[in-house]
Design a protein around this ligand. Structure first.
Ligand SMILES: [Zn+2]
Length: 916
């Protein structure tokens, strides 16, 4: 997860690493440490059944651990010598097994292993071991394989399908067979432990640790290992983010000498932009679990929900000067978790602590890393009932393969790998020691969710399919992929006690056939509530990440909730209803019309423009053949287009879902005629997208993903530093994702000339400052405003008081009502008000230069946290301001590619503003 972002949107700026230095350099260790026998700190001989009805606090855990007789397990600590892992203890089939060292030609921890070599070794191991089965669950954008490796005893491997089916029944009280009880189900059911490594590609020790863990489990044949394999199915994802990992590993291996250079200032410790943290599209995959925007997440989640693991660990690295972090988590903890989720974090923490204590390794718990935002690899699995945890090792790309810390100790890759390996083994050990308890608490989590959902004040979410089916369909399919059951009404119906997302209550309300219904009475109730509730409950002001994400706002979908059970006739949804698209019959002498209020209309326009078909967009409403058309209506004229349009339109309608309506005449009954100059003539879009140092990789990634994958808008990528010497003649829009960069005069002039020549200039979030009047005068729009510096006078605050004030004053990201000027093209296709996400307080002066097309409403935020003073100061100020061809957005409208509600506003800027 680490290193923690400084500003919430500034995850590309590493903080100076604080933390601790702890262990001596591996070079100074005696060689005999290499295969030391290690006490894992848990007792595998404990009875399986500990009553789960009584939550155990830490104090009882202490005594629990005190009485435990500790079993030792041989693990390897520092770099393995050539023979370590392949001799001695390996028995039976193990003679045929090939160790990582034999396969790779070097000992694990000596250097970084490219992903293809990791996969190559795992395949060889799986082919020769009856404990190991490998499954490919997908391929990344750069076509690297995504793997799950199932490690368990031979007997369990032979009945894995049956175990999976049994776990599915444990996970849902409604699926129990007659006479079956949770207790009878778990009798000889192994605990499922899922270990995810290297989600952040440049936190690279963890895939090496995955191989070491896998080898340990596959090759050892002692009593302890056999017990682990009998009582656990370990599911190892050796690399969640292979594209990011290889970006880092290939770079590092290309710059390192024969030996690593520990000097922190040397080249190999300074990874170039954008860094390996992110996947191909520069997404942070540890923010994507709930939103599934990326191929890695979309491929993984269906497997996760099908296997129902009880434990999930997400292995990370943090600043090189720190130590090791494991659970319990820091505050805030998502209020939708039951108390035992937190309790288990403590139990696993005790297990890890015992293993680390034994070796004298520093670690810490309950600081920095929280359990709140549902896009994390700890919170999201926890919302499914697993004990989801984050482990953090000091290191990441700063550490290279050896790093001299401030206290002169050396931190080696082997150290980092061994810590993650030890935590992996200790976690599996703790899970096995508490197998029955864990399984029963998992069942309790899922069964109590159903019961709570039946009786709670919030019974159902209601999602209106809407005129534009895309918003609701996107949300429904996302929830379905996460094991959420949804019904769709087969008739119109009425519900009492209905609330909308803007705080309005209705005594009763009618909904049309096709409306989606999401009952809370199901095993994923806590996930549903977390993702869909309008406001997240915030009890403490600690934020590692954003404070709001309510999906109906983010997706621009019309939603409600009710305290009543809905009994209207409905059918279970397998897949959401999507618009089929059509080319309506009729007289099309003059051309065709398409609504801009559906995203399908925007998609249609892009596809037509890319084919060089001329289209126009209405800037005023009109009525034709009795039908009212709003601003933004897309007009495809027959005149001026010399291609046979019907077949093209039919194909594109089917592809985009757009409904294409014929226009028999250009003369309307009311409003502008179709040949009016008040139609914008759109240009074939071609975006110059700015990247490189100074630009946020994640904001760049979200923008690129939108252009590339979601809408197919042609674009080129350039580095900001090259801006002054670029020839932008062929481009219609210049886009600056979020960033902190400086512009010299040549660069500023280039932007001004581009806008003067009719190109649209679009700046997102903090990049807007650079283009504003204060930031350099490319526009006369002024920013800032909401934050007033306090005078230094007054009582001197203690460090703790300062910390407290910093928390109170934080603006981690909230959802606001934003009112639109419907007459401006930026707002075409929208109603008068939309929900927008903002972290920080950047906004624009509405009364100065620029048209404040989107302004913060005079109302409190819809969700999240912002100090009242700052919130009041934002009211009425601009979220988006336009001067000529230049548009400044206060935040990235495509935030993390889960904020779909403002995609059209961004695309309006790209498509409708250029005049060249
Ligand atoms: Zn990380």
């Amino acid at each position: 997860m680490s290193p923690p972002p400084v500003g919430l949107n500034s995850s590309w700026v590493w903080p100076s690493s604080g933390g601790f230095s702890c262990w001596p350099s591996s070079a100074s260790r005696p060689a005999s440490v290499a295969d030391e026998c290690v006490d894992l700190g848990y007792d595998l001989s404990l009875p399986d059944s500990v009553p789960s009805s009584k939550p155990r606090g830490l104090s009882s855990m202490n005594s629990y651990l005190r009485v435990a007789t500790v079993i030792s397990l041989c693990v390897f600590l520092v770099p393995l010598s050539a023979q370590d892992a392949s001799e001695g203890e390996i028995a039976g089939a193990a003679t045929a097994l090939e160790s990582p060292e034999q396969y790779l030609g070097y000992a694990l921890g000596e250097r970084y292993t490219p992903h293809a070599r990791v996969v190559g070794w795992i395949d060889r191991l799986a082919a020769s071991s009856d404990r190991v089965r490998v499954e490919r669950y997908g391929r990344t954008t750069e076509l690297r394989d995504l793997l799950l490796v199932f490690v368990t005893s031979k007997a369990n491997q032979e009945r894995l399908g049956e175990l999976k089916a049994r776990m599915a029944r444990l996970a849902d009280p409604r699926r129990l067979k007659p006479g079956e009880t949770p207790e009878s189900l778990i009798e000889d059911l192994p605990v499922f432990v899922w270990l995810s490594y290297n989600v952040h590609g440049n936190e690279t020790s963890s895939t090496e640790a995955a191989m070491k863990t896998l080898w340990e489990l596959a090759s050892k044949d002692d009593e302890t290992t056999n017990k682990l394999l009998d009582q656990a199915v370990v599911i190892i994802d050796p690399c969640v983010n292979p594209d990011g990992r290889d970006r880092y590993v290939n770079w590092f291996n290309s710059v390192v000498g024969r030996q690593g250079d520990p000097n922190p200032q040397s080249f190999e410790h300074d990874e170039p932009w954008p860094g390996g943290r992110f996947n191909h599209y520069f997404f942070d995959l540890n923010r994507d679990w709930a939103f599934m925007s990326q191929i890695e997440t979309r491929s993984r989640i269906p497997h996760f929900v099908a296997w129902h693991p009880q434990v999930h660990v997400d292995f990370h690295e943090m600043g090189a000067e720190s130590s090791y972090f494991f659970f319990p988590a820091d505050r805030p903890v998502n209020q939708n978790f039951p108390h035992y989720t937190v309790k288990w974090g403590e139990i696993f923490g005790r297990g890890n602590a015992a293993a680390f204590d034994k070796r004298g390794w520093d670690y810490y718990t309950a600081e920095s890393f929280d359990l709140f935002y549902p896009g994390y690899g700890d919170s999201w699995p926890s919302l499914h009932g697993a004990i989801g945890m984050t482990y953090e090792q000091a290191g990441h790309s700063r550490a290279g393969i050896v790093y001299r810390r401030k206290d002169d100790t050396l931190l080696s890759l082997a150290d980092r790998m061994n810590h993650h390996f030890t935590a992996s083994m200790s976690t599996i050990g703790t899970a096995v020691a508490h197998r029955a308890d864990l399984l029963l608490d998992y069942q309790r989590f899922r069964a109590s969710a159903v019961e709570e959902g039946k009786g709670g004040p919030l019974r159902e979410f209601i999602l209106v399919a809407g005129d534009d089916l895309e918003h609701s369909a996107r949300l429904v399919d996302l929830l379905r992929a996460q094991e959420v059951e949804i019904r769709q009404a087969t008739e119109d119906f009425e519900v009492r006690d209905v609330h909308d997302y803007y705080g309005k209550a209705f005594e009763s309300k009618r909904f049309p056939k096709g409306t989606y219904l999401i009952s809370l009475a199901q095993p994923t109730k806590r996930l549903i509530k977390t993702l869909l509730e309008p406001k997240t409950t915030i009890k403490e002001l600690y934020f590692y990440d954003v404070a709001a994400w309510s999906l109906p706002f983010a997706f621009g979908a019309e939603a409600y909730w009710t305290g009543e059970d809905i009994t209207a006739p409905a059918e279970p949804v397998v897949e959401a209803t999507r618009s089929e698209g059509s080319l309506a019959e009729g007289d099309s002498t003059f051309g065709w019309l398409v609504s801009w209020e559906r995203m399908s209309g925007v998609r249609m326009a892009i596809k037509l423009l890319v084919r060089d078909i001329k289209v126009r967009v209405a800037t005023k409403p009109f009525t034709l053949d009795g039908k009212k058309w709003k601003r933004g209506t897309l007009f495809i004229p027959r005149g001026g287009n010399d291609v046979e349009l019907e077949p093209v339109l039919r194909d594109l309608a089917a592809e985009t879902g757009a409904r294409v309506i014929p226009a028999r005449t250009g003369m309307t009954e009311k409003g502008i005629d179709l040949g009016s100059q008040r139609f914008l003539r759109l240009r074939r879009p071609r975006v110059a997208l700015m990247g490189g140092p100074g630009i946020s990789p994640t904001s760049f990634g979200a923008t690129r993903f939108l252009l590339d994958e979601l809408y197919g808008v042609p674009y080129s990528v350039f580095a900001v530093e090259d801006l002054g010497r670029l020839d932008l003649e062929d481009y219609t829009a210049l886009v600056f994702p979020e960033g902190f960069f400086r512009l010299d005069d040549a660069q500023k002039n280039k932007i001004k000339d581009f806008a003067r020549d009719g190109g649209a200039v679009i700046a997102l979030g903090r990049s807007s400052r650079r283009l504003s009047k204060e930031g350099g005068g490319v526009t006369a729009i002024t920013t800032g405003g909401a934050e007033k510096k306090k005078s230094a006078a007054g009582r001197v605050l203690s460090i703790e008081e300062r910390e407290e004030r910093r928390r109170r004053e934080s603006t981690p990201g909230s959802i606001f009502r934003v009112r639109l000027d419907p007459s401006h093209p930026l707002a075409f296709g929208y109603p008068r008000e939309v929900a927008a996400f903002l972290d920080g307080t950047l906004s624009f002066d509405p009364s100065g230069a620029g048209i404040p097309v989107a302004r913060f409403a005079d109302a409190p935020p819809l969700a999240g946290y912002i100090p009242e003073k700052k919130e009041r100061a934002l009211r009425g100020r601009a979220y988006a301001s336009v001067q000529g061809q230049i548009v400044l957005f206060a935040n990235d409208p495509n935030f993390r590619s889960f904020w779909h509600g403002l995609s059209r506003m961004f695309l309006n800027a790209v498509l409708l503003l250029p005049r060249r």
